[in-house]
Design a protein around this ligand. Structure first.
Ligand SMILES: Cc1cc2nc3c(=O)[nH]c(=O)nc-3n(C[C@H](O)[C@H](O)[C@H](O)COP(=O)(O)OP(=O)(O)OC[C@H]3O[C@@H](n4cnc5c(N)ncnc54)[C@H](O)[C@@H]3O)c2cc1C
Length: 424
């Protein structure tokens, strides 16, 4: 048998978060000669840019209800909890040698070094130490099963075909294609008979076509953002940032999928901002009380400037059509209601989104019903394993998406290693 004909036990396609963890887990379970095929020059490009170069490795708390999927929430729960958060954390701090520190304001865990590169390099080094071989700058363009031998044939460039008994596909979704994930893997699994739930950019900034708030670009604050028209009125509490083209920050990113999906359906889902976390009714009461209290002689604008960044406060007073110089005591009921509206239920005038170019993740993906939750083996194609963002699930900002990639990557690595050892 020539080198080109050699049959690999396990080939992992994609050395991102999920693929690297899969390679490690497979090695730990005894699959010592996995080949990792990665199209970028060094893999883990998203890890490198994550968390602003600091890599938010994990959240400090996690609940499956925080994740989105079109598949069964029960399947999602099983997959996510297959590697409990505390064990994930211990793995990073123990075998991987990356102590993590809590950022108290956000509940995020970062490496103490605050260097994303440390995370990526530690994962690659451990996979190598466990016997994985890496082929960088090599891309998988096709995946078919040889009906005679049941082996997988991967069409790679450069280098030609590679044969394998088992394959783990961890090629990610469509977000930030410059990191290497352009959807090739999704096309390959769809061609192999898998159901791919509607794909859409998620955790992406929103834009407003005539940039009505461009003058506020750079202003940031903590807000609560609410989608009042969606069942359960989901809300996101966190940072909000005015950009030149629209709106960003964790609160916006976390609800952006509702905007994106409504736009795909030709609608525009309402998103309301509570600039100080207080809703319309709370502001109405606060303004009424302030008008009766001591200090009711201070101008309306002064009260708002104490509660909000000045440029935003002045803008909201103007939008409410209120004279900011009048004392609180003279604020009439209608003016109070108008102010309470812009302060506690401000309709965000979004018209579009920044798409996959800036989306931190891809919504949708391979139906969770089509993988065995214990091993991540495809129920459609035995011997094929799937993990990470290629699957139909994503979480909010805060380390939740890596938690998903680590948990599913590990299960797939273990599952594939067990498959290889069963086949002898
Ligand atoms: C800017 C940004 C910041 C983020 N910050 C955080 C954060 O701080 N915390 C967090 O939890 N999540 C964060 N995320 C999300 C997180 O990065 C992803 O959820 C995670 O990387 C998904 O891992 P994955 O391995 O499934 O996919 P990916 O990381 O996308 O990896 C897929 C890999 O497969 C390779 N590949 C694709 N197709 C082929 C092919 N045909 N042949 C060979 N190789 C191929 C790609 O080159 C890539 O290396 C961030 C995302 C972005 C874009």
């Amino acid at each position: 048998m020539t080198g080109a004909d050699k049959v690999r036990d396990l080939v992992i396609v994609g050395a991102g978060a999920a693929g690297l963890m899969a390679a490690i887990a497979a090695g730990e379970e005894g699959a010592r000669n996995a080949l990792v095929v990665e199209r970028s020059r060094d893999g883990g490009r998203k890890i490198l840019i994550s968390g602003g170069g600091r890599c938010n490795v994990l959240p400090s708390q996690l609940s499956p209800g925080q994740y989105m999927t079109e598949s069964s929430p029960h399947s999602l729960r099983k997959l996510l909890l297959s590697w409990p958060l505390e064990e994930q954390r211990s793995y990073f701090e123990g075998p991987l040698g990356i102590p993590l520190a809590l950022e108290a304001e956000t509940g995020k865990l970062f490496p103490v070094s605050e260097r994303a590169r440390e995370v990526r390099d530690a994962l690659v080094a451990r996979a190598r130490a466990l016997g994985a071989e890496f082929h960088f700058e090599r891309s998988v363009e096709g995946l078919v099963r040889d009906p005679d031998t049941d082996h997988w044939i991967l069409d790679t460039t450069p280098g030609g075909p590679v044969r394998a008994r088992t394959v783990i596909l961890t090629t990610g979704g469509l977000s930030v294609p410059a990191t290497g994930s352009d959807g090739t893997g999704l096309r390959l699994v769809e061609a192999l008979g898998h159901t791919v739930h509607e794909l859409y950019p998620a955790l992406t900034p929103l834009v407003s076509s005539d940039a009505p708030h461009a003058e506020l670009a750079g202003v940031s604050l903590e807000v609560t953002l609410v989608a009042p028209g969606v069942r359960g009125a989901p809300e996101a509490r966190g940072g909000f940032l005015f950009t030149h083209r629209g709106y960003s920050g964790p609160a916006v990113l976390d609800l952006s999928h509702l905007a994106v999906r409504s736009a795909h359906q030709g609608r525009r889902e309402a998103l309301h901002v509570q600039w100080t976390h207080e809703d319309r009714a709370a502001w109405d009461t606060r303004l009424a009380d302030a008008g009766q209290a001591e200090g009711a002689s201070i101008p309306v604008s002064s009260l708002l400037r104490r509660a909000l960044p000045q440029r935003l406060a002045d803008r909201l007073v103007r939008e409410a059509g209120v004279d900011g110089s009048i004392p609180l005591a003279r604020l009439r009921k209608e003016a109070r209601a108008a102010l309470a509206g812009v302060l506690g239920a401000y309709p965000l005038p979004w018209t579009g989104d920044e798409g996959y170019r800036k989306a931190e993740v891809t919504g949708g993906g391979v139906s969770l019903a089509q993988v065995d939750p214990r091993s991540l083996e495809s129920r459609v194609q035995p011997g094929l394993f799937l993990a990470g963002e290629i699957l139909d699930a994503f979480g909010p900002i805060g380390g939740y998406n890596f938690a998903w990639a680590w948990a599913t990557g590990r299960q797939a690595g273990r599952g594939a290693a067990a498959w290889v050892s069963r086949q002898g």
